[in-house]
Every structure is written in C-alpha cells, then in structure tokens.
Design a binder for this molecule. Sequence first.
Ligand SMILES: NC(=O)c1ccc[n+]([C@@H]2O[C@H](COP(=O)([O-])OP(=O)(O)OC[C@H]3O[C@@H](n4cnc5c(N)ncnc54)[C@H](OP(=O)(O)O)[C@@H]3O)[C@@H](O)[C@H]2O)c1
Length: 324
Amino acid sequence: MKSPPAPHPFPADRASTITRSLSRVRALQFTAYGGPEVLSWAEAPDPHAGAGEIRIAVRAASVNPLDWKILSGAMSEGRVPGEPQYLGYDAAGVVDEVGEGVTGVAVGDEVFGRGRNTQAEYAVLGSWVPKPPSVDWAVAAAAGVAGETSDRVLRLLGVSQGDTIFIDGGAGGVGAVAVQIAIARGANVIASAGEANQDYLREIGAVPVRYGEGVADRVRAAAGGQVDGVFDVAGRTPVGELTSLVAEPSQVVSIANFAAGGAGARVSTGGADSRPTEALTEVAELLARGKLVIKVQTFPFERAVEAFRISQGGHVRGKLVLVP
Ligand SMILES: NC(=O)c1ccc[n+]([C@@H]2O[C@H](COP(=O)([O-])OP(=O)(O)OC[C@H]3O[C@@H](n4cnc5c(N)ncnc54)[C@H](OP(=O)(O)O)[C@@H]3O)[C@@H](O)[C@H]2O)c1
C-alpha cells in the first residue's frame, strides 16, 4: 500500500510569499562556447519562480538539439558568455515554490512541462501540467518540448481525422511524438527515418520510408499520390522535394530549415502559435492512456556530456534524458 506523502515544509497557501534559498544547488553549465566537453555539473545560484511560474525539484530533464546548438555558440551572434550559462528547456519534478498569481498547483505536486535552465537540481517552469502517476519521470520530462512542438505544427497543418501527412524525421524526439499525436487525432502518418529506425516507425504506427535521395517518390508511392501536409522535423530534405508532395507549399511546415520560407513553406519557432498548456494536457492524457509511448535513454547529470554527444550525432531514437 502506498504511504501518504510526507507534509512539505512550505504549505501551498504560503508558497507564493516564500522565497526559499537553497544552500547548495547544482546545474549543468558552461563558461565558454564549445562542444559537450566544456560542460560541467557544478554549483549554481538557486533559481526562483517569478510571477506565473513554479519551481520544481527536478527528477528528470530532457536534452534537446537546441541545447548543443546554444552551447556551440552558433546562436550567440559573436558574443562570449560573460558569466556561467545554463541549459535545458523541459523537465519533470516536484513543485517546491509557487510564483505570484499561480493557482491550481501546490508545493509537493508532481508535474512536467517547459521551462528554462532545466538541466539542474532545481528549475523554473513557465508551463506545466500534472504528471500522471503511471508515467515515469524520464518519460514526462521528455514530453515537454516535443509535445508542444508537435501540437503546434500539427495544428498549423490543420491535421485532422482521415488526413494523410508526411513527417520527415519521425524517429527522433519531436518526430516520434508528432507521429503518435497525429495518429491519435485520426491521421494516417507516413514518416521517414534511417534504415535502423524503420521498424521503430512501424511500432509507433507510421508507414516508414527511408530518408535521403528520392524520399518524395517513396512518400508518393506510400500515399498513392500527394499528402495533406508535411511536417519537416529534421530540416535535411531539400524543401522543393517536400513542397512537391502537397497542393500548396504552405502545407509544409519546417521547424529546422529556416530557409524553407523561400520556397513558400512555413517555418515555425513557437511564439504566438504556441499553446503549451493545452498541448501538455493532451500529451499527459495520451501518455496515461498508453497512446503515446516515448522511448527514453537516461543518463545521470554527471554524464551529460555523453548524452549531448549522442544528440549531436543526429540519430537519436526517442529522447535522451538526464536524471539526478
Ligand atoms: N523550431 C522549433 O520550435 C523546434 C522545436 C524543437 C526542435 N526543433 C529542431 O528540430 C530538429 C529535430 O529535433 P529533435 O529533437 O526531433 O531531434 P533528434 O531527437 O536529434 O532527432 C533527429 C532525427 O532526425 C532524423 N534524421 C537524420 N537525418 C535525416 C535526414 N536526412 N532526413 C530526415 N530525417 C533525418 C534522425 O533519424 P534516424 O535516427 O533514423 O537517422 C533522428 O530521428 C532539431 O534541429 C531541433 O533543433 C525545432
């Protein structure tokens, strides 16, 4: 029998007025741009929940390609980091501080969602939902960015019951979640992956095709003609090949090829198109019902360098997740 949870020292109704300083917290960090070898797992200032935010004691935080893109300095516009920089955009954990104006969540609740600097012992989330009790911490942590991104692009494509879509890069973090959400919404999904992931795509319900030269022909053969929309996850296929698959170029949405707009496709980076809470709510429900299965590979925070190297390699199946 499950024993009742121990009372938390900071009751929910007082949490918004308490700024609890933690004596020693650790976070993944870097002070110079570079490869994963510049990362260290070291002490850091304790973060606090601002208005509309919560702080969690992190039980798991996922690795997204954006982490090593930021780390590389490719997105720094030539600036050098003046002080330690932190990484991570999603996590799962136990609420330990509730920011001003936040309702419906209390200290001690188990949640997952999206935030900043989440690859740490404590992190601040800006959007979250309750973690279903049956869902592992690592799986919940893996669902934040991938779930929000998938929901956003499938909505932009207007994917609904009976549509046929092509997901280019269907076996990775975003792709595998997008495949399963699209199927849950009643779509038929054709997805691409390398040879090693063809069976995996089949397992999650997609019709697999190999990416690379001739991919558009293989998709047409699988679909019996054009498709209703293309979700370009990997950003590797020439955009003209992708637009040849749809009636209107705008029915191609890319999250990784920022030049795709030149060919009439749409590029999505979030912003106003994002509705994180709704997306996370749907994802939590699909996870709890077993309609969404996320394959995770976990690494202790101290071994984050290995996870970053695998992510950089570009052939992740499912998600890489860091755990304390
Ligand atoms: N704009 C946004 O809002 C947003 C949000 C999230 C992510 N992203 C970006 O989206 C991209 C994917 O993210 P992710 O988390 O899914 O990455 P990931 O987990 O590393 O997965 C990458 C996937 O790409 C596939 N792939 C490799 N070469 C390919 C090719 N030539 N054609 C098609 N697929 C290929 C791989 O399949 P195999 O393993 O079978 O080779 C792998 O499954 C990254 O660039 C990321 O930064 C953008």
